[in-house]
Write a protein that binds this ligand. Structure first.
Ligand code: DAH
Length: 348
C-alpha cells in the first residue's frame, strides 16, 4: 500500500479537478459530499491519520489539513460564482433597473370617518361637552322604553332592529338603533349638571345602498341643568355647525317629532355647495338636513328619577357618515367601509 501522503496527494488533486469540472450548483454539492462529506474520500483519509506512527503523523498532518482547507475554499469560490451568475441572469431576464429610486414608502393615515369624528368631537369638547359611552348591545329598556318609545311605537319596528338571541328568562338584547340610550345610562349614574356627547356605532336592519348602511355612527349630545331652553340648544348648535362648516353657514330649525324630546326640531344648514341659492346637491332647496334635536321629554326625566319640574335639558343626535359625506364630497356611503386605499389616501 502506497504511503498515506501519496494517497492524500492523489485524492486531493482528483478532488480539485472534479470540483473545477462541476457545471452547476447541484453538481458542486455532489462533489462536496463525495470528497468532504461524512464518508467523503478526503474525510476518510483524515480519519486514518491518528493511526499512523507519530513522526509521520506530525510531518503530514499539518500540510494535509491546509490542503483540505484549500479544497473547502475552492468549493466556496465555485459556489459563489454560480450564485452570482444565477442572480445576474435573473436580473437581466426580469428587466429590472436596479438604478431606479425605490417607490416612496406608503404612510398610514387616519380613516376619513375618524377625521370627521375627531373634528366634531373637538368642537363639542371646546363647547364644554365631555365623552360618554354605552354598550352596542342594549336592552329594550334603554334603547326604547326609557326614551319614551312605547311597545306599539313604529320606531320599534322589528324590520329596523337587530334582536339578539338570549337565554330564556334573561332580558331581551338588541343592537342599539341609536346612541340615545347613553342619555339614560348617564342620567342614571350622575346628577345634573350633565353635559356629554356619546359618539359610537349604531345598527339598523336596513338594505345597504349608496346612502344607507346597516352599521353607521352617530354622536349624541345631552345637556341637563336648571333653566335650559330652546335658546341654549339653538346657540350651541349654531356655534357647532359654524365651526364645522364655516362661519358663513346659516341654520334653520324645523319643527319635528321625536318621542324623547318635546318640542323637537330638525336642523338644516344652508347648502355647503351652493351657499343657499339651490343646486342638485340640495335638491334646489338651498338647505341640507343635518341633525335632530329637542328639549328632553318629561317622561325621559321621570324614567331616570329626575324631577321634570326642577330639571330641563336639550339633546341632539347626528349621523357621522352623513356629515362626513357632505364635508368630503363623498357620494356613496359604502366607500367608507370598503377601505380601498385609493379612496382612503385622499385624506389625512
Ligand atoms: N336618536 C335619533 C335617531 O337615531 C336621533 C336624535 C334625534 C337624537 C333627536 C336626539 C334628538 O338626541 O334629540 O334618529
Amino acid at each position: 500500500m502506497a504511503d498515506w501522503i501519496e494517497r492524500w496527494k492523489e485524492t486531493s488533486s482528483a478532488a480539485e479537478r472534479s470540483i473545477a469540472a462541476a457545471g452547476d450548483l447541484d453538481a458542486l454539492e455532489k462533489e462536496r459530499v463525495a470528497w468532504l462529506g461524512r464518508s467523503g474520500k478526503l474525510n476518510l483519509l483524515m480519519k486514518e491519520l491518528p493511526a499512523l506512527p507519530e513522526d509521520r503523523r506530525r510531518a503530514w498532518g499539518g500540510p494535509a489539513n491546509q490542503d483540505k482547507n484549500r479544497i473547502v475554499g475552492l468549493l466556496e469560490e465555485r459556489k459563489e460564482s454560480f450564485e452570482r451568475a444565477a442572480l445576474e441572469g435573473a436580473l437581466t431576464k426580469a428587466e429590472i433597473d436596479p438604478t431606479l429610486p425605490p417607490p416612496p414608502p406608503s404612510r398610514g393615515r387616519l380613516h376619513p370617518l375618524t377625521l370627521a369624528l375627531d373634528e366634531m368631537i373637538s368642537i363639542l369638547a371646546r363647547l364644554g361637552f365631555s365623552w360618554a359611552e354605552g354598550p352596542n348591545a342594549e336592552t329594550e329598556y334603554y334603547n326604547f322604553e326609557a326614551l319614551n318609545i312605547p311597545a306599539e311605537h313604529p320606531a320599534r319596528d322589528t324590520q329596523d332592529t337587530f334582536f339578539l338571541k338570549t337565554r330564556e328568562g334573561s332580558p331581551g338584547l338588541l343592537m342599539r338603533t341609536h346612541t340615545s340610550p347613553v342619555q339614560i345610562r348617564r342620567m342614571e349614574s350622575a346628577r345634573p349638571p350633565i353635559r356629554i356627547i356619546a359618539p359610537g356605532r349604531v345598527f339598523r336592519h336596513e338594505a345597504v345602498d349608496a346612502s344607507h348602511s346597516a352599521v353607521f355612527h352617530q354622536i349624541e349630545g345631552l345637556y341637563v341643568d336648571k333653566n335650559v331652553s330652546m335658546a341654549d340648544l339653538k346657540g350651541t348648535l349654531d356655534t357647532f355647525l359654524q365651526c364645522l362648516f364655516g362661519s358663513q353657514t346659516k341654520t334653520r330649525f324645523r319643527p319635528s317629532n321625536f318621542p324623547f324630546t318635546e318640542p323637537s326640531a330638525e336642523v338644516d344648514i344652508s347648502c355647503i355647495l351652493c351657499g343657499g341659492s339651490g343646486c342638485a346637491a340640495c335638491k334646489r332647496s338651498g338647505w341640507m338636513e343635518i341633525l335632530g334635536c329637542g328639549l328632553v321629554h318629561p317622561n325621559v326625566f321621570k324614567a331616570v328619577d329626575y324631577n321634570p319640574e326642577l330639571w330641563s335639558g336639550f339633546a341632539f343626535g347626528l349621523g357621522v357618515e352623513r356629515i362626513a359625506m357632505l364635508k368630503l364630497g363623498v357620494t356613496d356611503i359604502r366607500m367608507f367601509y370598503e377601505n380601498d386605499v385609493r379612496f382612503l389616501e385622499q385624506w389625512g
